[in-house]
Design a protein around this ligand. Structure first.
Ligand code: HAM
Length: 417
C-alpha cells in the first residue's frame, strides 16, 4: 500500500471505527456509573491559560518543566491541558460553583496532552476519566472517590489490580520530611543519578519516584513520610484506611508513593496493574486541600482521581475482555432494479423512526454483491425486493443468522421488531 504523505503527530493516535465502539461502551459505562454515585459531568476547554497549569501543578514538576504543549497568540499564553484537576478547580472558582451548596461532585471524560516520550501505554494525546469532589475534608469523600475508581475496573472485569495508598501530610509535615530525606541522601549525593541530583534541592520527594537503578539502594533505606505526619494528618489517613476496609476495598500502604503534581496534600493513591508492563499505573489521585486557594478561590478542601483510558483498554486486551458489541445493523434492504431501489430508499426512514437501524447499498452493486455486503455489515435481517415483490406488496424477509426466509408485507416486517 502507498505510504500516506500526512500522518498523525508522534504519540497521537487515530481511534478508528472498530476501536470507537469500545470507547463508546466505556464512556457510556462511566457516565452511567457516575450517575449512580450522584456525580455530575463537567466539560472544560481543551486549552487553558499556561499560568493556571504552571501555578496549579508546580513549576518544577516534570509535566510543567518538560511536557506541556504551549504556545502564545497575541497577548495570550495557551496550553493544551495536561490534566483536568487544575482546570476543574479554575471552573469551580470562576463560576462560584461552591455557591450551589454542599460539596460539588464532578466527573469528566476527555483528551489530555503531555509531550512525553511515547511507548506502550504512554501517548502525547491520551484520554482520562476522573472525579473531583470539592468542598469536603471528610475522609468519606476520599473513600468514595477510591470506591468509584475501583468500581469501574471491577465492573469491566479488571480485578487483578493493586491499590497503593499513602499520606503525604500537610505542607508543614512534608517540609520536615523533605529535610530528613535530604539529610539521608546527602552523604551519597555523588552516587545518585543525574536526574535525582537535579531534584535534590528543589523537589527531593520526586527522587522517591525514580526508576534509575543507582538510586534504588538509597530509596529503599530512606525515612518514610508517615513518620513525619502531624496528628491531623495521621487521623485523616487512619479514617481513610478504616473507611476503605469498611467498603471491603483492600489496599497496600506504600510510604514511598509520591505523586507527580505539587498540589497534593494528605491522601495519595494509585491503582496498579501487572498487565500493563512499564506504564503500570491505571489511575491515580489524592487530596489537594490547598489548590482552590492557590488558584484564587476561598479555602476549599478537595479530593479526586483520574484514570488513563488507553491503559484501561490495554489491560482489557491483555485479559481478553471484549468491550462493546461488534458492528451490526438491524436491516439491510437488498434491491434489484431502479423501482425497487427507490422503494428501498423510501422505507429506510420508516424503519429508523421505528427504532430499527437500517441501511442499503450505496454503490449500485448486483444483488449477490449486496447480500455479501449485508453479511459483511453483520445485518440481522435483509429485506429483499425485486419487481415481483413490489407488484405483490410482499417482500422476502431473511433472518441472516438462521438463514430463514418469509414473504411478508412491509407492515408485517415492522411488526417483527
Ligand atoms: P496522573 O497520575 O498524572 O494524575 O494521571 C492519571 C492517569 O492518567 C495515570 O495513572 C495514567 O493511567 C494516565 N496517563 C497519564 N499520562 C499518560 C500518558 N502520557 N499516556 C497515557 N496515559 C497517561 C492526574 O492527571 C491527576 N489530575 C489525577 C487527579 C485528579 N488527582 C486529583 N484529582
Amino acid at each position: 500500500m502507498a505510504q500516506s504523505k500526512y500522518t498523525t503527530h508522534l504519540g497521537m493516535v487515530d481511534i478508528l471505527p472498530d476501536e470507537v465502539r469500545k470507547w463508546q461502551y466505556l464512556e457510556n459505562l462511566i457516565r452511567q456509573e457516575a450517575h449512580k454515585f450522584n456525580f455530575e459531568e463537567i466539560r472544560t476547554p481543551i486549552m487553558e491559560q499556561t499560568e493556571l497549569i504552571v501555578r496549579g501543578l508546580g513549576q518544577l514538576t516534570d509535566i510543567v518543566s518538560k511536557e506541556i504543549f504551549a504556545f502564545s497568540r497575541g497577548e495570550d499564553n495557551y496550553v493544551l491541558r495536561p490534566e483536568l484537576t487544575a482546570p476543574v478547580v479554575r471552573a469551580y472558582v470562576e463560576h462560584h460553583l461552591g455557591q450551589r451548596g454542599g460539596s460539588q461532585k464532578l466527573f469528566y471524560i476527555g483528551p489530555m496532552f503531555r509531550a512525553e516520550r511515547p511507548q506502550k501505554g504512554r501517548q502525547r494525546q491520551f484520554h482520562q476519566f476522573g472525579l473531583e469532589v470539592l468542598g469536603s475534608s471528610d475522609a468519606v469523600a476520599d473513600a468514595e472517590v477510591i470506591a468509584f475508581m475501583i468500581h469501574i475496573y471491577n465492573k469491566i472485569g479488571i480485578k487483578n489490580t493493586t491499590l497503593k495508598i499513602n499520606s503525604i501530610g500537610d505542607p508543614e509535615s512534608r517540609d520536615k520530611y523533605k529535610e530528613a530525606l535530604k539529610a539521608h541522601l546527602k552523604p551519597n549525593f555523588d552516587k545518585l543519578s543525574d536526574v535525582s541530583k537535579k531534584r535534590f534541592e528543589k523537589n527531593p520527594l520526586r527522587i522517591l519516584d525514580s526508576k534509575e537503578e543507582e538510586d534504588q539502594p538509597f530509596i529503599e533505606t530512606a525515612p518514610v513520610i508517615t513518620d513525619f505526619l502531624n496528628d491531623d494528618s495521621v487521623n485523616h489517613y487512619n479514617k481513610v484506611k478504616d473507611y476503605l476496609s469498611e467498603l471491603g476495598i483492600s489496599f497496600e500502604e506504600d510510604p514511598y508513593l509520591v505523586r507527580g503534581m505539587d498540589y497534593y496534600t494528605q491522601t495519595a493513591f494509585e491503582l496498579i496493574s501487572p498487565d500493563l508492563g512499564a506504564q503500570d499505573a491505571l489511575a491515580g489521585g489524592g487530596r489537594y486541600d490547598l489548590l482552590v486557594e492557590e488558584i484564587g478561590g476561598q479555602p476549599t478542601p478537595a479530593v479526586g482521581f483520574a484514570a488513563g483510558m488507553e491503559r484501561l483498554l490495554i489491560a482489557c486486551e491483555e485479559l481478553g475482555i471484549v468491550l462493546g458489541d461488534e458492528k451490526s445493523v438491524d436491516v439491510y434492504i437488498v434491491t434489484l432494479g431502479d423501482a425497487a431501489r427507490k422503494w428501498g430508499l423510501a422505507q429506510l426512514p420508516k424503519l429508523r423512526s421505528n427504532g430499527i437501524s437500517a441501511t442499503m447499498d450505496y454503490m449500485g452493486r448486483s444483488m449477490k454483491a449486496q447480500m455479501k455486503d449485508a453479511n459483511r455489515e453483520n445485518a440481522r435481517f435483509a429485506i429483499i425486493v425485486g419487481e415481483n415483490e413490489l407488484k405483490e406488496g410482499k417482500f422476502t424477509f431473511r433472518n441472516m443468522t438462521e438463514s430463514e426466509e418469509e414473504s411478508l408485507t412491509f407492515d408485517d416486517i415492522l411488526g417483527k421488531f
